[in-house]
Write a protein that binds this ligand. Structure first.
Ligand SMILES: Nc1ncnc2c1ncn2[C@@H]1O[C@H](COP(=O)(O)OP(=O)(O)O)[C@@H](O)[C@H]1O
Ligand SMILES: [Mg+2]
Length: 294
C-alpha cells in the first residue's frame, strides 16, 4: 500500500504495450455437458466501470472465477497487463493487482470490522512488511472504512453487521490491497436505496483514480447509472455489448430477460430497465437455469 492515507489507484497502467488492462479472450468453460461460458470475449480498462449482466446461471460468476484464477478455462486465455495469466495461481494474480469480492460473504465473523480490513491489508503487504514500522496504519484502515461508509461499524464483530454493511466490508478488504482491477460479484445486494446510490458514487470515484472495475450486478438502475460498457451473458454467450443506452434498446437483451423483444411488437413500453432490482437472493430474474446459484 502507498503511504497516502487511503489506497490510491492513480497512475495504474494498462498493458504497457497499449492493450487493455484485462482481456478475456474466447474463454470457454465446460462442466461435464454444461457449457457455462461459451467463447466469451471482453476487456476492462483503467478508469472505467464495466458491467457483466445476465440471468441467473448465465455464467457470470464462472467468468469471474476464470479471471481471478479459481477456475481453469476449458479453452481461451485471460491476459492481465498484457501478460497471459490463464495458468497463474490466484495469489499471484492478486499480487499483480487483481482484487475480488465474492457473491457469498467471506469476512472473518469473530473479528471486528476494522480487524478484518487490517488482516486483508497485512496479507497484501506480506509478512515482512507487516513487521516493519507502519506509521499511520490504523489511520489508513479507518480512512478506508470511512471511505466505503462503514466507519460506524469499525468495532463491531463482522458476524453481527447487516448484509449490506458486510458487502461494503468485502469491498474495503479488497481495496486494502490497492487493486488495479476490482472484480465485484453482486456488490449491491443487501444495500438499501440510499446506500446503493452512495455505492454508485464510490464506484465512479474508484474508477476515476485509474482503477478498472468489472462488476456482476442485478440492480439494473445501478448498472445503467455507473457502467461505461455492459456485456450481457445468456447461456454462457455474450449476446450484446455496448453502453447503457445501447443495451437498454437491444432486442436480444430484452428477449433474454423478458422472453420477448420490442421487435416482436409486444408491449413496447417495456425495456430492460423495467426489470425488478434484485435486492435479495429470493427475487430472481426470469430464465433461471437448472442448478444455478441465486
Ligand atoms: N462448479 C460447477 N460445476 C458444475 N456446474 C457449474 C459449476 N459452477 C457453475 N456451474 C453451472 O454453470 C452455469 C453458470 O453458473 P454461474 O457462473 O454461477 O452463473 P451466474 O453467476 O451467471 O448465475 C450454471 O448452469 C451452473 O449451474
Ligand atoms: Mg453468480
Amino acid at each position: 500500500m502507498s503511504s497516502s492515507p487511503v489506497p490510491q489507484g492513480g497512475g495504474h497502467r494498462a498493458d504497457p504495450r497499449g492493450g487493455p488492462l484485462l482481456e478475456v479472450d474466447h474463454v470457454v468453460v465446460q462442466f461435464g455437458g454444461v457449457t457455462a461460458v461459451n467463447e466469451a470475449c471482453f476487456t476492462a480498462d483503467p478508469g472505467t466501470v464495466t458491467g457483466l449482466i445476465g440471468p441467473n446461471g448465465a455464467g457470470k460468476t464462472t467468468c469471474f472465477n476464470v479471471i481471478s484464477g479459481l477456475q481453469r478455462p476449458t479453452r481461451g486465455k485471460v491476459r492481465f497487463q498484457g501478460k497471459d495469466v490463464t495458468s497463474m495461481p490466484v495469489h499471484r494474480r492478486s499480487k499483480r493487482g487483481m482484487g475480488r469480492t465474492f457473491q457469498r460473504l467471506e469476512a472473518f465473523g469473530s473479528l471486528s470490522v476494522r480487524d478484518n480490513v487490517r488482516v486483508a491489508a497485512d496479507i497484501h503487504r506480506g509478512v515482512l512488511a507487516g513487521l516493519l514500522p507502519g506509521g499511520g496504519r490504523g489511520k489508513d484502515i479507518d480512512a478506508l472504512l470511512e471511505r466505503v461508509g462503514i466507519a460506524a461499524y469499525a468495532n463491531e464483530r463482522a458476524d453481527s453487521i447487516p448484509t449490506g454493511t458486510a458487502r461494503l466490508l468485502e469491498l474495503a478488504r479488497c481495496l486494502a490491497g490497492d487493486p488495479k482491477l476490482l472484480l465485484l460479484d453482486e456488490p449491491s445486494s443487501g444495500l438499501d436505496e440510499t446506500e446503493t446510490d452512495a455505492f454508485g458514487d464510490l464506484l465512479r470515484d474508484l474508477a476515476s483514480e485509474g482503477r478498472a472495475i468489472l462488476m456482476v450486478e442485478h440492480d439494473m438502475d445501478l448498472v445503467m447509472a455507473v457502467c461505461d460498457t455492459i456485456h450481457v451473458l445468456d447461456f454462457g454467450s455474450i449476446i450484446a455489448s455496448g453502453d447503457p443506452a445501447a443495451i437498454r434498446r437491444d432486442p436480444a437483451v430484452q428477449k433474454a430477460y423478458l422472453g420477448y423483444s420490442d421487435e416482436d411488437g409486444v408491449d413496447e413500453g417495456h425495456t430492460v430497465t423495467d426489470l425488478p432490482a434484485v435486492t435479495d437472493d429470493t427475487l430472481v430474474i426470469p430464465a433461471v437455469r437448472e442448478g444455478a446459484e441465486a
